[in-house]
Design a protein around this ligand. Structure first.
Ligand SMILES: [Zn+2]
Length: 331
């Protein structure tokens, strides 16, 4: 009897322990088969943020730093320490994944000698430790400890789809549901589909915003971009059909007989998102919901989910469909 129990334990150790050690409490599913995974533990050591370096283009200067230092900087800039810890961790994994995705794609034309830059319009915002110390003042130590904890607690963790780090884009807040990648860019990616997002006006600053333009301001901006648009006579006749996507965002608006995309209107009039309505009258008024392109994780939505008790893994799986979370094992 004792022997049988002993043999049972041995069998358990031999069969289950390697898988248990490898999974480290994370994903059990993986794009590779089980046999390949076990082999990969022998050949590829699990990497951490401090093992990897990157080149950051920072206002005309290339700075080399560890992935750990970079992620702390983007987390300070992108979310700040006021968010729940699980949202900060989800944000860190999204940033890390996007970084490795970007490194795999290759350097952008804007900064061929660096992997990423500090321009949020191009890559991701970045706030150095020194800049944060100045900005945060006496709460710096408390806030920075939270930032460091979020990075350390998810060390090396990346989201995968089909074995590759995903294009883990994110935005500030969504209008009820997120947008698909095809609505904003050209390709529909299987992990960037529209999902519900729980944030609202009670938790998001400026969730609803209003942008108003005089007839002349509006006419000038449209005429500069679309000389063919006929904008004369009553303002009520200027704006025609509004076409919306399945997620409720503006795809196009007919203005003076010309179809102008929602994206272009967002840029021309500095609107916070393409989830807007437009009213004509003495003035032209845009009423806008949310902030950002609407694709991938909503940062305020992540914070709401974290407040409801969801883990960072649950938050990421909420916003990025069909992904797995695993250690980064790339170059
Ligand atoms: Zn860039």
């Amino acid at each position: 009897m004792r022997q049988a129990v002993g043999a049972g334990i041995l069998l358990w150790v031999a069969v289950f322990l390697p898988a248990f050690l490898f999974s480290r409490g994370e994903e059990l599913s993986h794009p590779l088969g089980e046999e390949q995974r076990v082999n990969s533990t022998v050949e590829v050591s699990v990497s951490t943020d401090s093992d990897h370096t990157l080149r950051l283009w920072d206002e005309g200067e290339v700075r080399e730093m560890s992935v750990e230092e970079y992620l702390q900087g983007v987390l300070r800039a992108e979310m700040g320490a006021a968010f729940h810890m699980e949202a900060l961790k989800a944000q860190t994994v999204a940033e890390r994944t996007y970084l490795y995705y970007q490194m795999g794609v290759g350097a952008k034309a804007a900064h061929p000698s660096a992997h990423v830059c500090t321009d949020p319009g191009c890559c991701t915002a970045y706030l150095s430790e020194a800049a944060a110390r100045e900005k945060w003042g006496e709460v710096f130590t408390e806030h920075d400890e939270k930032i460091r904890e979020a990075v350390a607690a998810t060390d090396g963790k990346v989201m995968y789809y089909d074995g590759e780090p995903i294009m883990a884009v994110f935005h500030s807040s969504s209008a009820g549901v997120t947008a698909t990648s095809g609505e904003v860019w050209t390709a529909d990616l299987p992990y960037l589909v529209s999902v519900e997002s729980p944030e609202g006006a009670d938790t998001v600053p400026n969730y609803y915003s209003v942008s108003t333009f005089t007839r002349e301001e509006f006419r000038k901006k449209i005429a500069a971009a679309h000389p063919a648009a006929k904008l004369s006579g009553k303002t009520e006749a200027w704006i025609g059909d509004v076409v919306r996507s399945d997620t409720g965002r503006v795809e196009s608006v007919v203005i003076g007989g010309v179809a102008v995309t929602g994206q272009e209107l967002r840029n021309l009039f500095s609107l916070r998102s393409t989830a807007f309505t437009v009213e004509e009258g003495e003035e032209i008024t845009f009423r806008v919901t949310g902030y950002g392109h609407g694709v991938g994780m909503s940062q305020y939505g992540a914070n709401t989910l974290a407040g409801e008790g969801k883990s960072w893994q649950e938050i990421l799986r909420w916003y990025y469909t069909g992904i797995t979370i695993d250690d980064y094992t790339g170059p």
